[in-house]
Design a protein around this ligand. Structure first.
Ligand code: ATP
Ligand code: MG
Length: 579
């Protein structure tokens, strides 16, 4: 069977895709011919916030598993809670998935587009004695539900005749009741040790409009009622979700098994096919957790609302939108998600792993350029004013296919202030008064005279170039240091945002932390204005660079603006956090 060979190969070293328990399960289902050879997954985001790196893991899993088995992955917005949802989130989620490199099967789907069918199925459950309209108030319901230690109590409405519940449910739908006045509940078992099975609510009254269905509905189905049925209607074979839904799986199965299978099939995409109809199966995996990171949408929203970050797409946010602005590549996120693997064991992944993934990708693919963060002017006396020496530098030290670029050298250049020292510590290999240093890709220069302003600050270095040192060692002496530089006449001024980790503590969501704000890294954003980059940075369409010796950077903001372009530091060259 081809699918099992695929799995074997994927476990072999060198093959990027590794095996995991979900693939083992799918392979077994396929071998048993369970779904007629079909594999269909879905990614079911609730449009109540921006997606984060945890969602990226779920996206990668659902889409790549489907692709690996020649199946499809649907995108279905789980939009049953209109109070917190919006079109803005729908749009950003679609955009994020495509940016990650995935395309969903057919149209975008919404749970809300199944509201009519869901309503019919609810009526079916009532008619068959599996659900009832309950008049307990939300507070009373909580009281009747019991606790982990104590069984719940039956609602006084539990045994009302089906006909009465059907009539009440119709009235609920018609808007005749206020919010909280009644609800539709499944009739399961108030003494179940699993609280999810204690007659859970299937429909609640909400007099609010919905971003997709407007004012058509004033009753909305719950997640539990909706999810299993919409999975079944879309012919989903494997419904993958995170571990907190494990206790909901009995309810998922109960609802589907309490409905008439023929009517589900008739309402599903498989109605006219001869594929065997098997109900979808829910399988749980552990959520991705990252240290030094707050992840839940609720926490992310708090940071946005409290102005701790500039928005959902602040480059320090673990959102896909933020990481994208920071300069992460889709491949780096996919590689990261692949490398953390899929299991049922809850664990915390080191943020260093994510940083490694982007560093690794950019090291291979980002062209090199020079950027001077804190410019100090150097005058090279033996290059005449107005002369431009066009040097040709490789865009990548190890990859010739990335080509070369012209870098102009002129009489006046900038070097970084930190590359010059009046009183150097022992071992300082860069420029000192009377010393020599090599300009990256150019000549060795010597500093003859240091000019200071009235406050004593160094403002200009008078140097000369040894014009016999282009691509050659200087005669009769060793010059150890190499520094980066930019022509003062041809360089372009830019602003730089140096981003770093947002939190100083491993677990900013820990229970004993009173306020997450106390754990913020005060240096998570350092703005540098007046940096200077070589002109080649603006010559092509590329937006990602390694600024040599400084890190990896990504162009931000309005790309057409000529004034003050901004570069975000994606990541430093080396891991400065590793202990
Ligand atoms: P959060 O708890 O961060 O608010 P959520 O689970 O409420 O996220 P949904 O929009 O409901 O967000 O999730 C869409 C899908 O992404 C679900 O299948 C969910 O299980 C999965 N998912 C959410 N967070 C993670 C995570 N940290 N790791 C892996 N998958 C996740
Ligand atoms: Mg949720």
């Amino acid at each position: 069977m081809t699918n099992s060979t695929k799995i074997k190969q994927s476990g072999e070293p060198g093959n990027q895709l590794s095996s995991h328990f979900i693939k083992t399960l799918i392979s077994r289902d396929l071998e048993e011919g369970k779904h007629g050879g079909r594999v269909r997954t879905r990614f079911p985001p609730e449009p109540n916030g921006y997606l984060h790196i945890g969602h990226a893991k779920s996206i990668c899993l659902n889409f790549s598993v489907a692709a690996e088995y020649g199946g499809q992955c649907n995108l279905r917005f789980d939009d049953t809670n209109p109070a917190k949802e919006s079109q803005e989130y729908v749009d950003s989620i679609k955009d994020n998935i495509r940016w990650l490199g995935f395309e969903w099967n057919g149209e975008v789907r919404y749970s809300s587009s199944y509201f009519d069918t869901l309503f019919e199925f609810a009526n079916q459950l009532i008619a068959s004695g599996h659900a009832y309209v309950c008049n307990l108030s939300p507070e009373q319901s909580r009281e009747y539900r019991g606790t982990l230690m104590e069984a719940g109590r039956n609602s006084p409405d539990r045994d009302r005749p089906a006909a009465e519940s059907l009539a009440l449910f119709a009235k609920m739908r018609a808007g005749e009741f206020a919010e909280g006045e009644c609800s539709l509940r499944a009739k399961i078992d108030m003494s179940s040790p699993n609280i999810n099975m204690r007659d859970p609510v299937l429909y609640r009254i909400r007099h609010i409009s919905h971003h997709q269905t407007g004012d058509q509905w004033c009753i909305y189905p719950t997640y539990d009622f909706t999810h299993c049925i919409t999975d079944a209607l879309e012919g989903i074979t494997h419904s993958l979700c995170t571990l907190e839904f494990e206790d909901h799986r009995p309810l998922y199965d109960w609802i589907l098994n309490s409905l008439d299978l023929k009517s589900i099939r008739a309402a599903s995409v498989l109605a006219d096919s001869d594929s065997p109809y098997v109900l979808p199966r829910q399988t749980e995996f552990a959520k991705l957790k990252l240290n030094y990171t707050m992840m839940g949408k609720r926490n992310l929203r708090t940071m946005v609302e409290e102005g701790v970050v500039s928005g959902w797409d602040d480059p320090r946010m673990p959102t896909i939108a933020g990481m994208r602005r920071r300069g992460f590549t889709p491949a780096s996120l996919r590689n990261f998600c692949e490398s953390v693997g899929v299991s049922r064991r809850e664990g915390v992944v080191d943020l260093g792993m994510l940083e490694h993934a982007i560093r690794d990708d950019l090291d291979k693919h980002a062209p090199r350029a020079m950027c001077v963060m804190k410019p100090l002017k150097v005058e090279i006396g033996n290059i005449p004013e107005g002369d431009v020496i066009q040097l040709s530098l490789a865009n990548h030290p190890k990859d010739e296919s990335m080509g070369r670029r012209d870098v102009p050298l002129t009489r006046e250049i900038f070097i970084d202030r930190s590359d010059f020292e009046i009183d150097p510590l022992p071992g300082f290999k860069r420029l000192i008064a009377g010393g020599e240093v090599r300009l990256r890709g150019a000549y060795v220069i010597k500093c003859h005279h240091v000019e200071r302003d009235s406050r004593g600050e160094v403002v200009l270095l008078h140097c000369s170039a040894d014009l016999d040192t282009l691509g050659k060692k200087p005669e009769g002496r060793k010059v150890k240091g190499v520094i980066h530089w930019v022509s003062a006449t041809d360089g372009k001024t830019v602003s730089i945002r140096l981003y770093d980790r947002l939190f100083l503590v491993e677990n900013p969501e820990a229970k004993d932390i009173e306020n997450y704000r106390d754990c913020l890294n005060p240096d998570s954003l350092i703005e540098v204005s007046g940096a200077v980059v070589e002109p080649s940075v603006f010559e092509g369409s590329n937006l990602r660079f390694q600024f040599e010796r400084e890190g990896y950077f990504y162009r931000d903001g309005d790309l057409t603006a000529t004034e003050n372009p901004v570069f975000n530091r994606t990541i430093t060259l080396r891991d400065s956090w590793a202990g």
